[in-house]
Design a protein around this ligand. Structure first.
Ligand code: GDP
Length: 446
C-alpha cells in the first residue's frame, strides 16, 4: 500500500548533535529531489538505497549541510519508500527542513503513524509495535529488554504457533461435522480434548509470566515500614543515594508516603517510606497512617525496620502484624550504635549512617521480588496481551468441558473464539479502536 507522503522529525525536541527528518509514502524521493543538492555527481533520483549521500538540505529561509538516505519499499521500516535527512541538531534547523517538506506536499505525520503504516503493511505485528513503544518508553534496562523481545516477535511467534494448532483442530472438527461417523467421533473428541488441554497448559505458563512482566513494567512496589524513628526515611535516602525523605528525630515526622525509584540489576523498584505507624491523636498523622496501610496492602514486598539500640516492643509487633502475609525483609537498623548478632532474627542488619548492609538489602529486595537471578523467560509485559491470553484460555476451558457433553460443532465455536482472542495480540482480529488506542500512545515521528 503506497499512501501519501508523511513527514516528521524523528529525533526528540531539543538541541543535539544531529536531528533526523523522515518522509515516508509513495514518492518521497521526488520531495528530496527538490530540496536536497548532492555534493557528488549522483542525482537524487539515482540514489542507491541504504546509502548515505552528503549534500545541501533546503530549510526554506536557510540551508544546512547534511546527509540524505533512501530506503526502498518494501525493505523499509514502514514498507513504503522512505527518505531521511540528517541535519545539524538545532530545533529550528530541523523544523525549517520539516516545513520545507510540507511546502513540497508532505503531510504532517500523526502519532505513531510510521509504525502504524508498518503494521498495516505487514512489516510487524501489533504486539511488535507495542514492543517498539515499550523500548522507547522503557524506564529500566529490563523494560527495554522485554520491549525488545516483543518487538522481535518472540511473543507473536509463540501466539502464531498456538493459533496454527487451533486452526488444525478446527479443520478436523469441520471434517467430522461434515462427515459424521459415530465410532470415529468418540475417538476424535478424546484426542481433541487432550490437544486442547495441552494448548491451555501452554497458555497458562504464558499468563503466569505476567507476574514478573508486570513488575518489570510498573516496577516493584516496596513499602518501608516500622514504628517511628527506627530510621525508615534514612534507609530510603541511603537506597536512593540522595536526600529525598525528610529525616528528623521527632517521632512521627514522616507523615506522608514518600516515593523514590531505584534500579537494582536493571529492574525498577518504587520505594515508599510509610508514615510512622502508631496510635495517634494527631489528625494529619492518622491520615498518614491510613495511607501507610493502603501502601502496605498494595506492596509487592515489605521492608520491616526495627531499631538495634532499642528493645522490640508492642508497637513493633503491631507493625509486624500489618505486614504479615507479604514477602518480608526484616531489617535491624542503627547497628552503628549497638549490635548483638545473637539477639536478632533479622534478614539484614544495616546502618543508614555508615551505609553498612545497604548492598545486602538491595540484593534481598531483588531476590524477594524475582527469585534467584537466571536467564529471563519470555514474559508478558502488556496487560492487553495478558487479558487476551486469559480470555483465550477461558474459551479453551469451556471447549474442554464441552467435549464431555456437547456436539462437535458447539465445541468448535469456543475453539474459534480462543483463536480470535489470540489474534488480538498479533493484530489479525484487533478492532480499529484497539489499533487507534495503541498508536495514540506513540510519539510523532515514530
Ligand atoms: P523514621 O521515623 O523511621 O523515618 O526515622 P528517620 O529516618 O527519620 O530517623 C530517625 C532518627 O534516627 C534520625 O535522627 C536519624 O538520623 C537517626 N538514624 C536513622 N538511621 C540511623 C542509623 O543507622 N544509625 C544511627 N546512629 N542513627 C540513625
Amino acid at each position: 500500500m503506497m499512501e501519501e507522503n508523511i513527514a516528521a522529525i524523528a529525533t526528540p525536541p531539543g538541541k543535539g548533535g544531529v536531528a533526523i527528518i523522515r518522509i515516508s509514502g509513495k514518492n518521497p524521493l521526488e520531495i528530496a529531489e527538490k530540496m536536497f543538492t548532492p555534493s557528488g555527481k549522483t542525482a537524487v533520483k539515482q540514489f542507491e538505497p541504504y546509502r548515505m549521500y552528503p549534500g545541501t538540505i533546503d530549510g526554506g529561509a536557510f540551508s544546512d549541510y547534511g546527509l540524505c538516505v533512501y530506503f526502498k519499499a518494501p525493505a523499509s521500516y514502514t514498507g513504503e519508500d522512505i527518505v531521511e535527512f540528517q541535519c545539524h541538531g538545532g530545533e529550528n534547523v530541523a523544523r525549517g527542513i520539516l516545513k520545507q517538506t510540507f511546502r513540497l506536499g508532505a503531510k504532517s505525520a500523526g502519532k505513531g503513524e510510521f509504525t502504524k503504516r508498518a503494521f498495516l503493511n505487514g512489516k510487524l505485528s501489533l504486539a511488535s509495535a507495542e514492543g517498539v513503544a515499550d523500548m522507547i518508553n522503557g524506564e529500566s534496562e529490563a523494560e527495554v529488554k522485554a520491549g525488545y523481545l516483543l518487538y522481535s516477535e518472540k511473543l507473536t511467534a509463540t501466539v502464531r504457533d498456538l493459533q496454527s494448532e487451533l486452526k488444525t483442530l478446527l479443520a478436523g472438527i469441520d471434517v467430522s461435522v461434515d462427515y459424521p461417523e459415530e465410532d470415529i467421533e468418540e475417538q476424535h473428541v478424546k484426542e481433541l480434548s487432550l490437544a486442547l488441554k495441552g494448548l491451555s497448559n501452554r497458555i497458562t505458563v504464558l499468563t503466569a509470566s505476567y507476574g514478573v512482566g508486570k513488575k518489570i513494567k510498573s516496577g516493584v512496589t516496596v513499602a518501608i515500614c516500622g514504628k517511628p524513628n527506627t530510621g525508615k526515611s534514612s534507609l530510603l535516602n541511603r537506597l536512593l543515594g540522595y536526600d529525598k525523605a525528610i529525616v528528623s528525630n521527632v517521632a512521627g515526622t514522616t507523615r506522608d508516603a514518600v516515593e523514590g525509584t531505584i534500579e537494582i540489576d536493571g529492574r525498577k523498584f518504587n520505594l515508599y517510606d510509610t508514615a510512622g505507624v502508631r496510635e495517634s491523636g494527631d489528625k494529619i498523622e492518622s491520615i498518614g497512617i491510613e495511607r501507610a496501610q493502603s501502601i502496605i496492602h498494595s506492596a509487592d514486598v515489605a521492608v520491616f525496620v526495627t531499631d538495634a539500640s532499642e528493645k522490640i516492643d508492642e508497637e513493633d509487633g503491631r507493625v509486624l502484624d500489618m505486614v504479615q502475609g507479604k514477602p518480608l525483609i526484616k531489617v535491624v537498623n542503627k547497628i552503628d550504635l549497638t549490635y548483638d548478632e545473637t539477639e536478632t532474627d533479622a534478614d539484614v542488619c544495616t546502618s543508614a549512617v555508615t551505609g553498612e548492609g545497604i548492598l545486602k538489602l538491595k540484593e534481598l529486595l531483588y531476590e524477594k521480588s524475582f527469585g534467584a537471578r537466571g536467564e529471563d523467560a519470555a514474559f508478558l509485559i502488556e496487560e492487553r496481551h495478558y487479558d487476551a491470553l486469559r480470555r483465550a484460555n477461558e474459551h479453551l476451558q469451556t471447549a474442554i468441558m464441552a467435549c464431555e457433553t456437547q456436539p462437535l460443532d458447539l465445541i468448535g465455536i469456543d475453539v474459534k473464539e480462543a483463536w480470535d482472542a489470540l489474534g488480538e495480540i498479533t493484530g489479525e482480529t484487533a478492532t480499529e479502536a484497539i489499533i487507534e488506542e495503541i498508536f495514540a500512545k506513540f510519539c510523532v515521528g515514530k
